[in-house]
Design a protein around this ligand. Sequence first.
Ligand code: ADA
Length: 553
Amino acid sequence: MRLFKTHNIRRVEQLDGSWELFTLDDNGNRTGSYSAIVPACWESIPALATYRGKAVYSRKISVIKESNLRFVFGGVSHTADIYLDGKHLAHHYNAYTGFAAKATAVSAGEHILEVFVDNSYGEHSSLHIPNDYNTYGGIIRPVSLEYIEDSYISSLKLTPKKQGESWKLEAQINIQSSVECTARLNLCFNGEEINAGEHSLQIGNKNYPITVDAENIQEWSPDSPKLYEVTAKLIINGDVADDLIERFGFREITWEQGKLQLNGQEIFLKGFNRHEDLGGFGCAIPVAAMARDLDLIAGCGANSVRTAHYPNDERFLDLCDERGILVWEESHARGLTEEKMRNPNFRQQSIDCIEEMLNQHYNHPSIIIWGILNECASDTDYGRECYAQQLSLIDDHDKSRPKTHASNRHFWDKTLDMVDILSFNIYPGWYNDDDPAKLCKSVYDYAVSAGGKGKPFIVSEFGGAAIYGFHSPERFKWSEERQCDILESCITRLRDLPFVSGLFIWQFSDCRVSEQDCDFTRPMIQNNKGVVDLYRRPKLAYYKVKELFSEKS
Ligand code: ADA
């Protein structure tokens, strides 16, 4: 599930590989049977390339001795119900965050694990809707089976704190217990095993904080992405009953005087918006292809990625940590009108997604910005209320990173007093003929007057589309040449504006969109604004961006 080992003591088995898959009709009858690979989108199976609806994945698991089991899912698109031997264990909505399902005292021997999956649209789904990207179906991220004791470590939250020239590490070990007992906690960091105290565990869930001095450490930065591992150990009756290894880096992000700073040095974000979508694989991108994406992104002179418009596969974030790529991670939502935000499920489904994103991805040093609600109703009173609720949720969990949202309410946005960074999506040269710098300056002036004074400003989207392989000496719209012109004019006109702290190109690669939501502006049922196509073949714009990004420090 991660790119490093997370347990030495806890027994973990990967459940990736071959599963049986049955499509279901509305009455739950099995209508088709397939051999499916997990993780993958079911669209990878040719017969299911356009399937939308319900299905069930099934496989046997073999339990070595009577145990408590925890099934960990990286992501199921978009709604999952987990059953073991016909008993319901868990329900989860949203493709892009992980969850766990627990079963206690499962006997030794063979059992049937079933995952019911639904990717249908309707009122039950407020965030996955027909949209300018595709909601695929299936078990799209890895699955593992963990053997857990009655008391186990459910999370380890790591916060590096800079004090003057030195660093401290604040750790919070979260223990989940179904029994009362006495336990000792240890924290292994930087070659030392530190006693985190004797505790009387109560039934339920509790955080145990410990702060340690961090000496002789190297800071994490894009040029030197030094990572540290920390192990939490739960010791009961002198034996290590459980462990959890997490990885993090020492770095500080600040947003002062209208600029962004990493470890006290001003940074300029040269980035791409990226959808999780790859030809033939959909949103279940193999890890080697994720690494190739990052090679292409860094090879183009970019230093950052925005995970538009949802939390990403944690292995992608692990790669960003390792390679020093800066990440704006955002919770799930794109283009919701006020009417859609009034869906009765919207508030809770958004809160769940944000909390899961923050809890699951908190330790990644690469994440330097949290985002919410791309291009939603930030210009209405009700919209403002929803933004306020979600932004304050971020504050409750994490004050160490700035929060923002990408707005297209250029002169009407009502939320700019509540964000830490002002972010706007503008499309000069594509959706309008405005001069990029003039448009940007007038949006900035509005933002300053509407509560944004003194805050960094990011152009969170700009770009134009090109069909891979369509060349035109006349530089017609949709040609690779016209896309180059648009990106060149935007980058050269925007990169040196004194108030701009970052530019995110829309987008890294072309992506499939929902056919229901699509018109003549989405030929081939794709958003074609990628600088590489759905199969990662570079368009001319890729090389143009490389030239322009390398000119800007
Ligand atoms: C938006 C949106 C993107 C994409 C883009 C476009 O601003 O945030 O998801 O749809 O426009 O291509 O028009």
